[in-house]
Ligand binder design. Sequence first.
Ligand code: MTE
Ligand code: MO
Length: 397
Amino acid sequence: MQIQPNRRQFLRTAGQGFLAAAAIGNGLCPTWADSKESAGGGLIYHTEVPPNAEPPIEELVKTWITPEKFFYVRSHAASPQIDADQFRLKIEGMVNHPGEISLKELMDKYPSKTVIASMTCAGNRRNEHSAVRAVDGVQWQSQAIGNASWTGIPLSEVLKAVGVQPDAKHVWFEGLDEIKKKGKTIGFGGSIPLSKAMDDTEAMPGALLTHKMNGLPLTPDHGYPLRTVVPGYIGARSVKWLGKIVVSNRTMPNHYVQDAYKLVEENTPTAWAEAGPLYRYPMNCGIARIASRSTDTQELMEVTGYALPPGNGRTLKRVEVSVNGGRSWQVAKFEREPDPYVWSLWKLEIPVRSIRGIVYARAVDSAGEAMPERVDWNMKGYMFNSWYRKAYNLRSL
Ligand SMILES: Nc1nc2c(c(=O)[nH]1)N[C@H]1C(S)=C(S)[C@@H](COP(=O)(O)O)O[C@H]1N2
Ligand SMILES: [Mo]
């Protein structure tokens, strides 16, 4: 892959030290997201190979559906180039009719469904965990999230057709990418409970064997020709370049199910063995912009951002914004009626009380649960979802 500086800008996150890390994303110092260079569009790359990139937050919240060019990319190895004509999806394990199926057969045999669902990486906002105590891995800001339409075949349809055996409990997904791990080459793997795979509603399948994103074939970076999309689950369960499905009575032995994507606070084999795999993502939000606007009578501060409902199927009830450190909160306006599994864009206009300060945002779900003020640190820096904090200085805007 060629580095093209105009389209692919790099984040300088390595070696910035604690102070820089603490300031990232809270507006205390200018970051790449504020730079003119990045305003033209496209993603900003943390690493080029493998591709790990997120959009500038101002671009991300411009549209409810995230265009592919602003949809984050998170990959553990280079994107494999797969010939869709030669491609066969294998189905094995505790099924009555194991075998393989071409993409064409899959699409001819089963009707496709299109749904809109948000996807987010478990590592979204990792830089805020790192500000507490350094965490390895891609230092995501708050844009490892996107909302797209996905077209594909509900996994449940295929499982019904191949006949799942009675003791089966999990469905494994294996990617065709080649990741070097401890001297071996492995495909990225994710597994989900069989019950989730079968949990379709009229509006949302439990899991979708996806071949189109926003109405177009998947791009190589997003899993061409086939990936899973698992609404409500962390992005890691939406396996790209899907090559094999295995039905089993246990979770997948793959590294990315057993030794990653778990909440572990001390790095011991026992702690890793005891923790269960992460599935649902937590409710979250981000502030994209704080700007001022004058009317005839007053100065207004306009705050915009996104919010994601929790992956358990609840909707967002409201997004709240505080300009006094969380002592009182004002309710933001949603751009559209919230739905489960999809994010909402929001906006709030409030009279300016001070030129400089800190704005907090938090989301509240339909059961009345709010995003927490603080979250516990964990080894891998997953699931950061405390109140979103952004500093502003209206004089410098
Ligand atoms: N085969 C494969 N699938 C994968 C990954 C990967 O590295 N390889 N990364 C996962 C992770 S951690 C996330 S967050 C999502 C990101 O999907 P995207 O790159 O389309 O945004 O893909 C998931 N599926
Ligand atoms: Mo992820």
